[in-house]
Design a protein around this ligand. Structure first.
Ligand SMILES: NC(=O)c1ccc[n+]([C@@H]2O[C@H](COP(=O)([O-])OP(=O)(O)OC[C@H]3O[C@@H](n4cnc5c(N)ncnc54)[C@H](O)[C@@H]3O)[C@@H](O)[C@H]2O)c1
Length: 254
């Protein structure tokens, strides 16, 4: 029970295939009590019925582009839990037209939206979480290799993930004095709602299976276990880091 008595907020469950859900199951198994958000009424029922599988969970709406909803979510967490030990950020969005075709065609609005939802939201959520993490806490964000290498079709999301990873490092600095750690997990491709919006995603899965040192695709539970490590005292000396959980795919040159 690595997280016995700990309180966590998981942002980004859409359905049972969400990486956020796999992380939630793992953290709960190790003793954490969890709060969840849902983005809009469309996802409310999904998230409520999943959260009901983990006794003691709390569910509240939050679209990360809306400051009042972020405030409402953290007010709810404070009221229910009193404090927060863990924040997991699993949120990303880009418009379909900004993932298709040439990166050159990325629109100003598309850029702004992708960066706001997928990168700025980490800072907004961390700022709200920090006052609840008295004595220390762990913040974990999900990222992807497209931040540092060109993955055709990932386009604007690659730029957003680069900003997210830089945010992980900058956020790790000052809150570090208060023992709040901030890290990223760079996951290999996993078939989820968001991933299926990336053109050529099935081919990405196939290439990774063929070329990774461990010749298979990433399982959500592998990401969940690494999130557990980063959220627990086992990783107490690690902050500002991005850990790859991709069966080694990123080390390959060919
Ligand atoms: N699936 C993969 O292959 C893969 C690989 C590496 C990293 N990731 C990252 O993992 C994270 C989780 O994605 P996933 O693959 O589990 O897909 P998912 O579709 O299950 O989760 C994406 C979540 O983002 C949320 N979201 C989007 N816009 C939002 C907004 N404005 N406000 C609040 N929430 C919003 C959605 O509601 C959804 O819950 C993302 O950051 C994604 O980029 C995914």
């Amino acid at each position: 029970m690595l997280l016995d008595g700990k309180k966590g907020l998981i942002v980004g469950v859409a359905n049972k295939r969400s990486i956020a859900w796999s992380i939630a199951e793992t953290l709960h198994r190790e003793g954490a009590r969890l709060a969840f958000n849902y983005q809009g009424e469309r996802l409310e029922e999904n998230v409520r019925s999943l959260a009901a599988e983990l006794p003691g969970s709390v569910v509240h709406p939050c679209d990360v582009t809306k400051e009042d909803e972020i405030d409402g979510l953290f007010a709810k967490v404070k009221q229910e839990f009193g404090r927060l030990d863990v924040l997991v950020h699993c949120v990303a969005f880009a418009r379909k037209e900004d993932l298709e075709g040439e990166f050159l065609a990325t629109t100003r609005d598309g850029f702004r939206l992708a960066l706001e939802v997928s990168a700025y939201s980490l800072t907004a959520l961390a700022r709200a979480a920090a006052p609840l993490m008295e004595g220390g806490g762990s913040i974990v964000a999900l990222t992807y290799l497209g931040s540092e290498k060109v993955v055709p079709g990932y386009n604007i999301m690659g730029v957003a993930k680069a900003a997210l990873e830089a945010s992980v490092r900058y956020l790790a600095h000052d809150p570090g004095k208060r023992n709040i750690r901030v890290n990223g997990i760079s996951s290999g491709p996993i078939s989820t709602l968001a991933a299926r919006g990336v053109p050529g995603f099935t081919r990405m899965l196939q290439i990774v299976r063929e070329r990774s040192p461990l010749p298979r695709n990433t399982e959500p539970a592998e990401v969940g276990d690494t999130a557990l490590f980063l959220c627990s005292a086992l990783s107490r000396g690690i902050t500002g880091e991005v850990i790859f959980v991709d069966n080694g795919y990123h080390i390959m040159g060919m």
